[in-house]
Design a protein around this ligand. Structure first.
Ligand SMILES: Nc1nc2c(ncn2[C@@H]2O[C@H](COP(=O)(O)OP(=O)(O)OP(=O)(O)O)[C@@H](O)[C@H]2O)c(=O)[nH]1
Ligand SMILES: [Mg+2]
Length: 437
C-alpha cells in the first residue's frame, strides 16, 4: 500500500516542472496517508508534514537539483529528522538491562544482542533474571550455549535481584553483560518494584525497552510508564519482519525523546541489526531507491557548504559563484561571511546600504545563472553577446546586468588564481565596486 502511494508521489513530482502549492499539498497528503498507515501517530505525522510543506514552498531549488529532486530531498530530510538518530552503544565494557511487555521479544533479543556484540569482538555474557516464567531459564541457556555466549542463571532461584548480584561476581571478566528480565503483562506494582531493584543492583549503562513493532498506538503509553519507572535509554523494535511497520514504536520513541538502538527482524538470532534511520524511512514508506537519493543529497549539501579551500582547487566556474551566493544566503549577514571567504579577513567594512545592494545583486545573479545552460555555467567563456541577450530576456534582467555577473566571475576567477599562486598581497578590492567590496 505504502509503496503504491509513494510511487504516486514520485510520479506527481516527476511530471511536474515547478514547485507550486497544489503539487506540494498533494505530495504532503500522500505522505501523511503512508505514515498513518504505517502507524505513525497523528502528532508526529503533522509535525513532519508541516515542515515539508513549509520548506518545499519557501526554499530555492539548488542549482544541481531539478524540482523532483528538490522535493524528494526535503521530504527525505524531514522524515529523517522526524525519525531521529539511532542510539550508538560503544564497543566497551558495559551492562545492558532489557525490559518490556510479555512476549515482546526480550529473551530472543538478549541472545541476539549478545551475539551481535560477541561478533564485534567483545567477551559477552547473558543473565537469566526472569524468575516468573518457568521456561525462561532454559530458553536463554539454550540460545547462549548454541552461540558460545557466556551465561549465568540459577534455575530454582526466585529472587531476580540475587541472581543479578551473583551474576556480577561470576561474570567479572566479561566485557558486555546483558540481562533478560521478566515480562510485564501490564505494569503491575510488584513487577515495577522488581525492575527497580534489579536496576539498582545491576547499575546498567543502558536500559533498553523492547517493543513489538505491532504494538501500534499503544506503544506511547507503555513506553512512558517504563520510562517513568526506571528511565529508559534506548528502544529495541522487534518483529519488524511482520506486517507491522513499526510506526507506533517509532512515535513512542520520539514522544519520550529516546533513540532507537536496534531492530529485530526474525526469530533467528542472526535477524538483528543496528537501527538505521535511512533503512527505517524506506521501510515506513516503501521507497526503494531512497538510499541512492540520500547519497546524492549528502554529496550536494557538502559541496554547497562554503569551503574556501575548495575554491582554490580545480577550475572556478559560474557554478562556484552560484554556490558562494547560496552559501552566503544561508550563512546570514554578509559581514560575518566576509571573514570566511578566501578574500576575507582584510578588514573590509560594509555599511548597511552597501550590504543591501549586495544582497539584491546576488539574488539577481542567481536569476541570471538560472537562465543559463549547463554548458554556459561550466564554461562561461562561450557566452557571447547574442547569448547575453538571450540570458537577459530569460532572467528578466538587462544585458548590462548579465555582463556585470560575467565581470564579477572573471574577477573572482583571477583572484582564485592569484591565491593559488600564493600572491595574497594585493587583492583587487576595487574589482568588486558594484558589489560593494
Ligand atoms: N518473527 C519474529 N519473531 C520474534 C522476533 N523476536 C521475538 N520473536 C518471537 O516472539 C516470541 C516471544 O519472544 P520472547 O523473546 O520469548 O519474548 P519475551 O519478551 O522474552 O517474552 P516473555 O519472557 O514471556 O515476556 C517468540 O516466539 C519469538 O520467537 C522477531 O524479531 N521476529
Ligand atoms: Mg522472556
Amino acid at each position: 500500500m505504502a509503496l503504491e502511494s509513494l510511487r504516486e508521489v514520485v510520479r506527481k513530482i516527476t511530471t511536474s516542472s515547478s514547485v507550486d502549492k497544489y503539487l506540494v499539498e498533494e505530495i504532503v497528503k500522500d505522505i501523511q496517508r503512508a505514515l498513518l498507515r504505517a502507524d505513525v501517530n497523528v502528532r508526529l505525522v503533522k509535525k513532519i508534514s508541516d515542515s515539508i510543506k513549509k520548506r518545499a514552498l519557501s526554499e530555492d531549488v539548488l542549482p544541481t537539483f531539478n524540482v523532483r529532486e528538490h522535493i524528494i530531498k526535503i521530504v527525505y530530510e524531514e522524515l529523517m529528522g522526524g525519525i531521529g538518530e539511532g542510539l550508538d552503544i560503544p564497543l566497551k565494557k558495559s551492562k545492558i538491562m532489557l525490559v518490556g511487555l510479555q512476549g515482546s521479544g526480550k529473551t530472543t533479543t538478549t541472545a541476539k544482542m549478545a551475539k551481535y556484540f560477541k561478533d564485534k569482538g567483545l567477551k559477552t555474557a547473558v543473565v537469566a533474571a526472569d524468575t516468573w516464567r518457568p521456561a525462561a531459564y532454559d530458553q536463554l541457556k539454550q540460545l547462549a550455549d548454541s552461540y558460545a555466549i557466556g551465561f549465568y542463571g540459577k534455575r530454582d532461584e526466585k529472587n531476580a535481584v540475587k541472581i543479578v548480584k551473583n551474576a556480577l561476581k561470576e561474570l567479572k571478566d566479561y566485557d558486555m553483560i546483558i540481562v533478560d528480565t521478566a515480562g510485564r503483562h501490564a505494569l503491575e506494582e510488584d513487577l515495577i518494584e522488581e525492575m527497580i531493584q534489579i536496576s539498582k543492583a545491576l547499575m546498567p549503562d543502558y536500559k533498553l525497552l523492547v517493543l513489538d513493532a505491532a504494538i501500534g498506538q499503544l506503544a506511547s503509553g507503555q513506553a512512558k510508564r517504563f520510562h517513568e519507572a526506571i528511565g529508559i535509554d534506548g528502544i529495541v523494535i522487534t518483529k519488524f519482519d511482520g506486517t507491522a511497520k513499526g510506526g507506533g514504536a517509532l512515535s513512542a520513541a520520539r514522544e519520550i525523546g529516546i533513540p532507537i538502538a536496534f531492530i529485530g527482524s526474525g526469530e533467528k538470532v542472526e535477524d538483528f541489526e543496528r537501527f538505521d534511520p535511512a533503512g527505517f524511512v524506506s521501510r515506513l514508506l516503501g521507497m526503494g531507491d531512497i538510499r541512492a537519493l540520500l547519497e546524492k543529497v549528502e554529496r550536494v549539501v557538502s559541496e554547497e557548504d562554503l569551503d574556501p579551500e575548495a575554491f582554490l582547487k580545480g577550475t572556478f566556474t559560474l557554478k562556484d559563484v552560484y554556490k558562494q551566493i547560496e552559501a552566503m544566503r544561508k550563512m546570514g549577514p554578509l559581514t560575518k561571511i566576509i571573514d570566511m571567504l578566501p578574500f576575507g579577513g582584510m578588514g573590509l567594512k560594509l555599511d548597511d546600504d552597501v550590504m543591501e545592494t549586495t544582497q539584491e545583486k546576488m539574488q539577481k545573479f542567481k536569476y541570471i545563472m538560472d537562465s543559463m545552460t549547463e554548458e554556459e555555467i561550466t564554461n562561461p567563456s562561450i557566452i557571447d553577446s547574442s547569448r547575453i541577450r538571450r540570458i537577459a530576456i530569460g532572467s528578466g534582467t538587462s544585458p548590462q546586468e548579465v555582463k556585470e555577473l560575467l565581470k564579477y566571475y572573471k574577477t573572482m576567477k583571477n583572484l582564485m588564481k592569484r591565491m593559488k599562486k600564493g600572491k595574497m598581497g594585493k587583492l583587487p578590492i576595487k574589482g568588486f565596486p558594484k558589489l560593494g567590496f
